[in-house]
Design a binder for this molecule. Structure first.
Ligand code: GLU
Length: 574
């Protein structure tokens, strides 16, 4: 059996998004599952779309995820180079070869000429396509005489190489995930294989490299499914065996009802309205915002979807808003969704050097790579027994392309946070200590104390920074007391009770176990309900009625600070 070799072949046209990470991950998991090799190839033949920094970004992102290539531009390998821009001589060789077959021809039509023809077609209500019906009317080696072609070549007239799509053939396409389908070649056009600067287009370079690099399986996004007919024929033209194909479904936008709440409805309304009025400048911002907000306030109601679909008595603006929301809330997950709803769609922050814009990354938002990659893996694949928590190695053991879903996978912000919470729990206190120390929180506290705080707070943390944010009272005294909590916890007797407790604390040994005993005895001796002491004490220490056990808090902040916080509260409630 041939060796399994799978490649991830991104174009450096921007940062890798969630969909790209998932493709890379499935490529990797499949290769590892089969005992094969995983190759990273950079497809940078489209110089017009090249984005500075994108290649480095892709490599860094994959590394952060733990998706390590066996061969790559940086690592090299037996099929190097792995950057298409460095493989020009290989493509030149195959360009010559395909031109000797009946599957390709050269075409001299300039962009202006093609624009003019396109306009002519449009004027007649037709759509122009360079294909087996039109190619004989255009300026190419099939339509022109041999002398004319030779003359144009002698004059150094620029030309492209086009694929000669066979007439009326039905192609059977095989896809591991989608099953079989067919396409008639009359619906396909004569794609450019080599541009007039001699550089191959994606289609040609891609199949040459997959062949040269001995790729056995092509796993990629479904946006490439329409190219499968052409690719199949290109393999036929070159006389090569085609790899097996698997096209992954889309990652879909999250369910809005899980994203909009009282706290964020105004800011989400604002960003939707900004986009709406940019596209519909006839409507005012305020009026549009009011309508959009009225829809968003119904987002949790079961009627929400049908509300957007009813359109009996709508005025013009409401009808437009409904159209806009219907489109904007369904379909493919986009970068803008991340911006609007406040979740990252990229693995790492990406700074666009031309605009200075920063797109948010999972890494910088406090996600652990293990959690991120686990979440991504389950967007479209279900392991046996519907297991949810798997390490990369476990995923590789279980991965099965036959179990990858045909339908689109809905992204969920809640679920990604759930994964992170789980993985925080798997971390040891020491590991979390290192993460917090390397974060931008700049905590000024001894390791020993921080470790204890981590131990007490990690259970409720979704992100490492939550340990600090939910436990700020460990670092500083409260500056105010929650109103509702104060009403509940403090009455006229409280000051006297806490003052007496404070004096008991003066002489007590300050460890949680002993403090628990001290308070127990105190409550017992005074014949008080436990809540009468614990609640106001917690309020004095924390500022609200939350946090871990009170004796643990007392031990950690220490005698002096504890007593000072009790006195502060007594003064405050005088
Ligand atoms: N360069 C293509 C992309 O960025 C690769 C598609 C493929 O995997 O064939 O999507």
């Amino acid at each position: 059996m041939e060796k399994v070799r799978v490649r991830f072949a991104p174009s450096p046209t921007g940062p890798l998004h969630l969909g790209g990470v998932r493709t890379a991950l499935y490529d990797y998991l499949f290769a590892k599952n089969q005992g094969g090799e995983f190759v990273l190839r950079i497809e940078d033949t489209d110089t017009a779309r090249y984005v500075e920094g994108a290649e480095d970004y892709i490599e860094e992102a994959l590394e952060w995820c733990g998706i390590i290539a066996d061969e790559s531009p940086k690592k090299g390998g037996k099929f190097a180079p792995y950057r298409q821009s460095e493989r020009r001589d290989i493509y030149d060789r195959y360009t010559e070869e395909i031109l000797k077959t009946d599957y390709a021809y050269i075409a001299f039509d300039t962009a202006e000429e093609l624009d003019a023809i396109r306009a002519e077609f449009e004027a007649k209500g037709d759509v122009f396509s360079y294909d087996n019906k039109t190619r004989n009317l255009l300026r190419n080696s099939l339509a022109l005489s041999e002398e004319e072609v030779q003359k144009l070549l002698a004059e150094k007239t620029p030309y492209v190489v086009r694929f000669k799509m066979p007439i009326d053939r039905t192609l059977n396409l095989v896809d591991i995930i989608r099953g079989n389908s067919s396409v008639n070649t009359n619906t396909l056009d004569d794609k450019v294989l080599v541009k007039n600067d001699g550089m191959p287009t994606y289609h040609f370079a891609n199949i040459i490299d997959d062949h040269e690099m001995e790729i056995s399986h092509v796993i990629r996004g479904e946006e490439w499914l329409p190219s499968l007919g052409l690719h199949t024929l290109l393999y036929e033209a070159m006389g090569w065996e085609a790899p097996q194909f698997a096209h992954l479904s889309l990652i879909l936008k999250p369910d809005v009802s899980t994203l909009i709440n009282k706290e964020n409805i105004d800011s989400i309304t604002k960003s939707f309205t900004e986009e709406f009025v940019t596209k519909n400048s006839q409507f005012s911002f305020d009026e549009s915002a009011a309508i959009i907000k009225s829809f968003f306030s119904e987002v949790k109601s079961p009627r929400f979807k049908s509300m957007l679909n009813e359109n009996d008595k709508d005025n013009e603006i409401t009808a437009s808003v409904k159209q806009f929301l219907k489109k904007g809330l369904s379909g493919k997950l986009s970068k803008r969704d991340g911006d609007k709803f406040g979740f990252p769609v990229f693995p790492l922050d990406f700074k666009d050097l031309s605009t200075g814009n920063i797109s948010k990354g999972y890494r910088e938002n406090g996600y652990l790579p293990e959690a991120f990659i686990n979440m991504v893996a389950l967007l479209g694949w279900s392991p046996a027994d519907d297991k949810e928590i798997l390490t990369l190695d476990e995923m590789a053991k279980e991965f099965d392309l036959n179990k990858v879903h045909k339908a689109g996978a809905r992204f969920s912000k809640e679920k990604s946070e759930w994964f992170n919470h789980q993985y925080i729990q798997f971390k040891s206190d020491e590991e979390l200590l290192q993460i917090l120390k390397n974060s931008d929180l700049h905590l000024n506290i001894e390791d020993e104390k921080l470790l204890k705080i981590i131990h007490l707070m990690k259970e409720r943390a979704t992100f490492p920074k939550d340990i600090y944010e939910n436990g700020k009272f460990f670092f500083e005294a409260p500056t105010s007391y929650d109103e509702k909590a104060s009403k509940k916890a403090w009455n006229e007797e409280t000051s006297a009770i806490l003052a007496e407790l404070a004096s008991n604390l003066e002489g007590a040994e300050f460890n949680a176990e002993n403090l628990k005993q001290v308070m127990h005895d105190f409550v017992e001796n005074k014949g008080l309900g436990i809540g009468k002491v614990m609640m106001p004490l917690r309020l004095a220490l924390v500022g609200e009625l939350k946090g871990p056990d009170v004796p643990d808090i007392l031990e950690l902040i220490g005698r002096e600070e504890s007593i000072s916080r009790i006195n502060n509260a007594i003064n405050n409630f005088k």
